[in-house]
Write a new protein. Sequence first.
Lengths: 341, 374
Amino acid sequence: MVATYSDTQQDNLPGAELLSLTGLSLRFRGQINDVVDDVALEVRRGEVLCVVGESGCGKSVTSMALMGLLPADSAQISSGILRIEGEEIDLSSQTLPVSMRGNRVAMIFQEPMTSLNPAFRIGDQIGEAILRHQGGTKPAARARAQDLLQRVGIANPAQRLDEYPHQLSGGMRQRVMIAMALANDPQILIADEPTTALDVTIQAQILDLIRDLRDETGMGTIMITHDLGVVAEIADTVAVMYGGQVVEQGPVAEIFDNPQHPYTIGLMSAMPRLDAPGGRLAIVPGTVPTIANMPEGCRFRTRCAFAAAACVARPALVPVAPDHAVACHFAPLETHVAVLA
Amino acid sequence: MSDVILEARDVVKHFGTGGRFLSRAPVVQAVDGVSLQIRRGETFAIVGESGCGKSTLARLLMRLLTPTSGSVQFDGREVSGARGEALKTLRGQMQFIFQDPFSSLNPRMTVGKLVGEPLEIHAPELSAQARRDRVADLLRQVGLRAEHAGRYPHEFSGGQRQRIGIARALASGPKLIIGDEPVSALDVSVQAQVINLLGDLSRDLGLTLVIIAHDLGVIRHMSDRVAVMYLGRIVEMGRAEDVFAEPRHPYTRALLASIPAMAAPEDHKATVRGEMPSPSAPPPGCRFHTRCPFAEARCASETPVLSTGDDAHAVACHFWRDIAAQAAPPTPPRRSAEAEARFELYRAATEGGTVTHKTATDPQKQTTKTTERI
Ligand SMILES: Nc1ncnc2c1ncn2[C@@H]1O[C@H](COP(=O)(O)OP(=O)(O)OP(=O)(O)O)[C@@H](O)[C@H]1O
Ligand SMILES: Nc1ncnc2c1ncn2[C@@H]1O[C@H](COP(=O)(O)OP(=O)(O)O)[C@@H](O)[C@H]1O
Ligand code: SF4
Ligand code: SF4
Ligand SMILES: [Mg+2]
Ligand SMILES: [Mg+2]
């Protein structure tokens, strides 16, 4: 068994603030616009925050910055404060305290194959992660690796320890990634599209697993996804990103029952529906502009059917309901606009 | 003209049988006895987990693969034996759209050349100018512009590349198009654009579409009929509305229940345990019995046959009647009236409605960065 969340921790009640990020702005060297622009996120203990948006919206880059994985020679973080259990880290220094990595925050990457080393056995890779952060003996690390595999629902864990990544299916690799991430009892798990490449049946199993771990260990989770179905399934809170900015955020029920940003509404309308099939789907016209072509003001205005002159000024993210904030000059739409067919 | 455009009869494809003498590699039973009829003008969907044989079946239907046994007929003619001119005609009438718009287009060819290439084969009589005109028409038909003909695939987004692939498939004037995960690589917003395009084309050109997809929402939206595959066999087949509203096979139920947000969020959705067994060692009897929550002793020895009752909704399960009686099928979530109203407003505005702004903007919202306010 994975040791449950350390009992020596204080403030480990569900709902206590675990991680907060404020004012993260960064750009890749040589670019004229920020690829992540003034992003703020918050995760509480025992909660899953889903970050959702089309590909290229800056979801992965944001999580890399959180993990201290953006090298200073390719990316420049101009501002960003990360508070984690009371400790404050200035991300613009672009050097994270060693204690941050692997221990408090663990990350599962979008491509399991690129983060598992194909040349090493599963057991050795998990064991290595344990030894690196916790020390101890090799046999103890191996025993713990086996426990972890069992914990994430891999059958015959003892046998799997001696196998190589290519011998596992996509779903099993993703479980191994989760097992490795859990090796050091992280307080925060960042999972970048952990189920995107998987079948729905296996996806359901992985989402169940993450939910169980959240309930048992009280860990906070940041789940990055472009799938609103996954959001509805697992999120407690949601941040919708567009063009490197958070355009709407709030509790999951609010986001689905009271979506206010035209981009959020567009994404939801474009999803094929099981209860209302056929006909034409509503669309979000065009595609996300490249960073160089990002418009001034509201970054969504080149694709927004409600854009007006006012939208050349950037709308601030303002509260519209408890914990629910939206960045649109004309939200809620029914109050501000009329549409004649 | 028969109502059926494409028919498979007991088609089998086993890989690894033609190998070296005494080869030890196990035979992969990728497709194992599939029969289906696709009707003219319909959209027919094939769904199932990765590795269940969907792409192999599609290749068999297209005659990109030769079946180990069984027959495929297109417009009443046997496909398996087609050679020479007959094969060329067949290729013109059945086209393929691939999943990956990035790797399926030759990066060194211009869009004009990519879309014009099938014309050179299937309409060699066209002059160069007539061919260029036709390419321009095709590009417009898929929502691109004529001047895009001079550009290369890497200059286009994923959704645009998929449109190029569709224009190329349309060039030979096919009657039927098979799409192997044609929208799976796209973001939901762009996916909606391509789904709409395929819907328009099938309606306007009377095309028959065969769509392979793993996203059940996409399938429900697009298709008239659905076949659910498991380990090389069809386990359920019928009208989409019936299969989705009253799934009969436990595997179909499991697929539906696995769709995120399908029932109350606190439910655990993983109604099937484990993964699909290898198609080189499929379980005896009902191939689903190792994962089926309803399995009984009989299931491990006796293979259920796909049988159509009185209502054209076929299922291969010994106990489907009992199961249907005891467990309600999963249902999609409800949306609030407020959300639905905004979806309507959004749809009206994006479909050409005139938007007027009732209010000036709130100056409070015109602040700049949140950090600067603090
Ligand atoms: N040329 C081949 N030689 C040997 N085995 C093959 C070959 N092509 C496919 N297979 C095997 O046949 C089975 C069915 O494969 P197929 O590609 O049809 O699955 P699929 O349903 O399309 O899966 P996916 O959803 O992942 O695309 C798999 O086990 C696959 O590994
Ligand atoms: N190393 C890099 N150098 C330059 N641009 C990059 C780099 N990594 C990502 N980007 C760009 O940053 C933007 C956001 O990317 P990403 O965070 O990966 O998006 P998402 O995860 O939301 O799909 C994209 O425009 C992407 O092309
Ligand atoms: S601020 Fe203007 S452009 Fe931006 S989402 Fe709102 S209406 Fe659309
Ligand atoms: S035949 Fe038996 S094992 Fe197969 S699906 Fe039906 S109940 Fe399940
Ligand atoms: Mg990403
Ligand atoms: Mg396939």
